[in-house]
Design a protein around this ligand. Structure first.
Ligand code: FES
Length: 96
């Protein structure tokens, strides 16, 4: 087993149930992921320090969109694109 190469890895749930029940894609979570990736690159954190990936359901659908930060085990709920600076700040704190 190997360790993850990233100090912080953010997972953005983009699960889409197409309206059959609430899912993170209802809150435009793909846009949140794209914006967080852009922000990490702009902050020169993308690469070996931090990464963002899409994920399937994180089990907190009623409170989505959800972003989970690993290995710090922090969950951001009810996210919008406007929350990206706060998530970025949390990632930066975890890199200190
Ligand atoms: S659909 Fe995103 S946590 Fe379940």
């Amino acid at each position: 087993m190997e360790k993850t190469p990233f100090k912080v890895h953010a997972f953005v749930c983009t699960n889409d149930r197409h309206g059959s029940s609430k899912s993170c894609a209802d809150g435009d979570s793909q846009r949140i992921k794209d914006e967080l990736k852009r922000a990490l690159k702009q902050a020169h954190l993308w690469g070996t320090l931090a990464r963002v990936s899409t994920s399937g359901c994180l089990g907190n659908c009623a409170h989505g969109p959800n972003v989970y930060i690993y290995p710090q085990m922090q969950m951001f709920t009810g996210c919008t694109v406007d929350d990206v600076p706060e998530i970025l700040a949390a990632i930066e704190r975890n890199l200190e």
